[in-house]
Design a protein around this ligand. Sequence first.
Ligand SMILES: *Cc1c(COP(=O)(O)O)cnc(C)c1O
Length: 400
Amino acid sequence: MADPSTALIHHPYTPPAGFAAPQPGVFKASTVLFPDVAAMRNFEWKDKTAYTYGLHGTPTTYLLEERLCTLEGGLQCLLLPSGLAAIANVALSLLRSGDEVLIPDNAYGPNQVLAAGELKSWGISHRFYDPLNPLDLVAKISPQTRLVWLEAPGSVTLEFPDLCELVQVCQARGVRTALDNTWGAGLAFAPFDLVPGAAPALGVDISVQALTKYPSGGGDVLMGSVITRDAALHMKLKLTHMRLGFGVGANDVEAVLRSLPSLALRYRAHDEAARELAHWCQARSEFVQILHPALPDSPGHAHWRDLCQSGFGGAAGLFSVIFHPRYSQHQIDAFCDRLKLFRLGYSWGGPMSLVVPYDLASIRSPWPAHLKPGTLVRFSVGLEAVADLQADLAQALTLI
Ligand SMILES: *Cc1c(COP(=O)(O)O)cnc(C)c1O
């Protein structure tokens, strides 16, 4: 085989086996090679006993899936190209024309937009329920309800629901539950074991995470996961995942694998800094309300305390403030513009602190009774020194 074109593609050398390092190797493939035709016909990708095609898994994706199962206390995992794709995979797999999905009224916005867009156009209806009122969920579950979404706490307003009660309501009626567990990240509480030691276990059926946030931790990867504890449910979700062609890039998987060992340390650091800043904001007269589940007067605090103290008591790095109504939107925009360390940008979970002003009236109508009137700004606390972040807030506040 003298021609280098051929020789470089079909090279006979294989390095010795047994290489070991703290970080696993990265396997990249669309094509996966088979030793013979019989293997090509017989290899089974569904149970991770073999490899057949890049989309159906590589050693790199299998590793991340298993580690995420350990993190969340699940048994099966799917990886998707974003957190939103993970949400969509659950909906497309479990809902059919004529079905209904119930979504908390404070749910991650794009989940609501998916329901109002594609799901609606395919004859799948959706209704919003008040996650702080389990009786509202009871009243809204109908014979058509096939899926109930849960989020703890809600996006932007961070109300913490009674997750155990909501799950019990659904279980008693045979309705599947899917939790968007991005905030908890598998650390604040155990989604499949909400009451540690309870037999049988009380938990959600499906836990979805935007790995984009804390598991990636870099602000540079988009990825999602769908974790289950039920093999049949997993297979249903996996077949949808396969038919829709969802896949993730090996380099992105590597980035998450590299970040996972520091996840708990980072989560705790984000959490401590956010609590310190939220407390500091409580003493400022510019704000009428601070939304952070660990603050005693934040909506749903008791539910957070009861659930999360049974885990390690974590509370992520997010909090929102409601500015006194005397401030105009213009003044609040100027405050956000004047911040130097808190940068303007969506998403969270990376090293850099971020700020987003929200027009809450346009996303929550009517205005929730548990929120004071005013203008909401959400902070995502990164890994900068807390004193510097506090000074940044102070300098931007003195100017408005
Ligand atoms: C960011 C986020 C998502 C979606 O993640 P992407 O990877 O950006 O699609 C889903 N749910 C919650 C609660 C989020 O914060």
